[in-house]
Ligand binder design. Structure first.
Ligand SMILES: *[C@@H]1O[C@H](CO)[C@@H](O)[C@H](O)[C@H]1NC(C)=O
Ligand SMILES: *[C@@H]1O[C@H](CO)[C@@H](O)[C@H](O)[C@H]1NC(C)=O
Ligand SMILES: *[C@@H]1O[C@H](CO)[C@@H](O)[C@H](O)[C@H]1NC(C)=O
Length: 474
């Protein structure tokens, strides 16, 4: 991240190394005994307690194990270690890489790999599981570390916090690149991360009670003997830090990248009038994680994480801006923006604190339009949505549209005249005009009616519209 004139520019980085893919139902490595993994994640190991939450055990029967774990005081005891929670003939210790039950928090016993399963063949596969988190107390999650056992098979692991009341699952299931509603707040994943020492992500009693863990698998050769048991460890502490960490999103949508471009950029932003409205006090940006797909220009680096040693202070009226650079020299045709793998992505996550100070932590843009402007009411490319809608409501235009356009199934001259007049408005030009084509943005009944009239007269407008408008103007 770089500060430029009080704007923040995130450089985007690649996340996926391959376009290939595929499928396994793994049983994942679990890291209940975790002590020796901690120093890798953060330097200060003394504040960790026990273990984080984790990948499932054995063939995914994490619930059974979770129950036992709770039953034995949430500690890795010899008894718990020697149990066979999921009944697959192997002890918990064997499955967790501690077959002799020697591991203790802080000990140096090296964990062995957990046992893995092969899975059905598939091209691209996202697999998810939901887990319960401990809820007896409030905790801060302060670090996390994916454990990739088969880098060829796993493109990444991501963890999302669930805000709705969901149940833990006892098996992995196929899911989408954007996980389900209610479990869509990114918390960690991709790369090891150690949160800024002032803040942690709330889990437990008043924070997330469940997480969704998502694996993105790849099997380029469509082999049927691919195994994986990757997982992720989350580190948390009951010693709450001063601030809660929030994770905001910045994402570009609606874009198209032409082929044969060495350096094509796509941006998304939250202008100052949005932060002025949505920041209740200064925030500090501690880290960003970016997410692009395949056609990444060398200006971006491989893993999309930027950690700011001194978190960047962002004040009301500062702006966020993200720029993604693409290299489509090898591409024969254009590529659009989207979440699936035949599209490109330009998305960033902003880890900031205090969480509560940014009330709408989203900076999505549709092409050149920051979507926060639809609610915050600022002016973009000469268009102020609030003023525009107010103008529509007050003007006689709306009634005339109704009487001259609505009753007919063809475009009348009277209707065409209204259409020609209003369509010159900056709020109906270019990207705005495209944006309003999406029903979800036509929530306002005025806009809806207006666009019905436009549709009716589109052909005539293209042929005669500017002429009509000009003759009126004189
Ligand atoms: C673990 O600790 C024991 C005693 O503290 C020591 O003898 C042993 O070499 C250590 N093992 C590793 C792998 O560091
Ligand atoms: C993005 O592309 C535009 C148009 O080519 C160019 O004017 C602008 O400087 C580029 N921005 C960055 C950050 O490279
Ligand atoms: C763009 O992609 C081509 C083809 O993969 C590669 O040779 C070139 O080095 C890339 N350039 C940049 C700036 O990313």
């Amino acid at each position: 991240m770089y500060i430029m004139e009080r704007s923040i520019i995130c450089q985007l980085l690649i996340l996926f190394i391959s376009f290939d893919i595929i499928l396994c139902f793994p049983s994942y490595q679990s890291l209940i005994p975790n002590g020796n993994a901690v120093p890798d994640t953060c330097e200060k190991s003394d504040i960790w307690i026990g273990v984080g939450h984790v990948g499932p055990l054995g063939s995914g029967d994490r619930n059974v194990f979770g129950n036992d774990f709770a039953k034995y005081g949430r500690q890795w005891t010899k008894t718990l270690c020697q149990l066979d929670s999921d009944g697959d003939g192997r002890t918990n210790g064997e499955e967790l890489g501690d077959p002799l039950c020697l591991w203790k928090p802080g000990s140096n016993v090296t964990l062995q790999k957990a046992i893995s399963n092969p899975v059905p063949l598939r091209l691209k596969t996202f697999v998810c599981m939901r887990y319960s988190l401990p809820t007896t107390e409030d905790y801060h999650m302060i670090a996390s570390k994916p454990i990739y056992n088969n880098r060829k098979a796993v493109n990444y692991i991501a963890v999302f916090g669930c805000t709705s009341s969901v149940e833990a699952t006892d098996k992995p299931y196929y899911c989408n690149v954007m996980p389900e509603p209610g479990c869509d707040e990114l918390m960690s994943g991709y790369v090891p991360m150690c949160l800024d020492e002032h803040a942690g992500i709330q889990i437990g009693r008043t924070g997330y009670k469940h997480v969704l863990v998502q694996w993105f698998f790849s099997n380029p050769d469509l082999k049927d003997d691919v195994f994986d048991n990757s997982g992720i460890a989350l580190y948390y502490t009951p010693k709450l830090r001063r601030y809660n960490m929030g994770v905001g999103t910045i994402v570009a949508t609606g874009f198209t990248i032409p082929p044969k471009q060495l350096s094509y950029n796509v941006t998304s932003s939250c202008p100052g009038f949005c932060t002025e409205k949505y920041l209740t006090s200064d925030i500090h940006v501690a880290m960003t994680i970016d997410h692009m797909h395949l056609f990444v220009n060398k200006k971006s680096s491989i893993y999309g994480m930027e950690q700011n040693k001194d978190p960047i202070q962002v004040k009301a009226k500062d702006s966020f801006k993200m720029t993604c650079f693409y290299n489509t020299t090898l591409l024969g045709s254009k590529i659009g923006g989207g979440f699936d793998y035949s599209s490109e992505m330009c998305l960033g996550r902003i880890f900031y604190y205090p969480k509560e100070s940014w009330t709408q932590p989203s900076c999505a843009s549709y092409r050149s339009i920051p979507l926060c402007s639809l609610n915050a009411g600022g002016t973009v490319s000469g268009c102020n949505i609030n003023h525009f809608l107010l103008m529509l409501r007050k003007s006689p235009l709306f009634t005339t549209l109704k009487s001259d356009c609505a009753p007919y199934l063809v475009c009348t001259n009277a209707c065409l005249e209204h259409v020609a007049r209003i369509r010159r408005h900056p709020c109906l030009q270019g990207d705005f005009y495209q944006l309003w084509q999406y029903p979800k943005y036509q929530k306002d009944p005025f806009l809806y009616k207006l666009f019905r009239s436009f549709k009716l007269c589109e052909k005539d407008y293209q042929e005669h519209g500017s002429f009509i408008h000009n003759s009126h103007a004189h």
